[in-house]
Design a protein around this ligand. Sequence first.
Ligand SMILES: Cc1cc2nc3c(=O)[nH]c(=O)nc-3n(C[C@H](O)[C@H](O)[C@H](O)COP(=O)(O)OP(=O)(O)OC[C@H]3O[C@@H](n4cnc5c(N)ncnc54)[C@H](O)[C@@H]3O)c2cc1C
Length: 288
Amino acid sequence: MHPYPFAYHRASSIDDALQLLAAHPDDGKLLAGGHSLLPVMKLRLAQPGHIIDITGLDELRGVQQLDGAIQIGALTTHHEVATDPIVREHAGLLAQIAHVVGDQQVRHRGTIGGALAHADPAADYPAGVLALDAEVIVRGPDGERVIPIGEFFVGFLTTSLDPRELITAIRIPARAGTGFRYEKMANPASGYAIVGVAVVVSTASGGTIDDIRVGITGATDTAFRATAVEDALRGGPGDLETVKAAASKATDGIDVLGDIHAPVDYRTRVTQNLTRRAILTALDRASA
Ligand SMILES: Cc1cc2nc3c(=O)[nH]c(=O)nc-3n(C[C@H](O)[C@H](O)[C@H](O)COP(=O)(O)OP(=O)(O)OC[C@H]3O[C@@H](n4cnc5c(N)ncnc54)[C@H](O)[C@@H]3O)c2cc1C
């Protein structure tokens, strides 16, 4: 199917992209990897009048090591996130997640900034960035602002980004001694997560769980932190029975999605089981 007609603009700088967005706040759309935008345009679920191509903005690419954090440029591709040595060392969870996004073609074109901005309820990164307690760095007409990840995903395909804002980078605190794991049940046709669970955990001596963050995608209309699971484990032992009991709270307080791929009961059990598995593996990897 052919998309609706649109005007094409190639941004020459971040400021140029911001000016173009400000000029077309209602029907301007940034184009990064195009692997979510073009499918929705072809299906005519979105009909932007102005496409603002940012793929030439090299300042939005790459990974930097900062003091106590790493920063990943918005245009960094899934393949680059999966293979970058800084990401692998300081945010191994994100590298693991990037490695299971879609297929080779998707991983070489799709970008982390585009994936977060699109906020697909079945996308993989949202679980990881929630578990990693990341921040989204954005620029808009009023300059730069930093959005804590807990305030970023607000609903189905919806974020707290203003239409005149652009994501420049994702910042992730570097933490030593944490165990991590992403468990995913993939839709065999698309590769998207039917459910995906990301866990980051640190333990004190004796194996007591010091801190734990659990991010879940696919289970409902937006990714979320499973705080009931976290609260049931923080400060306690990480033995099998305690983890099982905590994981059974993974869907507490949420409306679990039901569809042709996974009815509500099934998706609920998958979410709880993947949560248990991800926590147990992350605990094995954590060093006090
Ligand atoms: C066949 C297929 C399989 C896939 N499988 C998976 C999967 O298993 N898991 C998964 O997580 N994803 C999957 N995806 C989606 C893929 O990861 C996309 O690449 C990603 O969701 C969007 O990134 P993009 O760079 O392609 O963004 P685009 O498609 O270019 O843009 C997506 C949206 O984000 C906006 N945007 C882009 N960049 C920015 C920015 N810097 N600031 C603000 N807004 C921005 C655009 O305006 C648009 O609204 C799949 C896609 C396809 C086609």
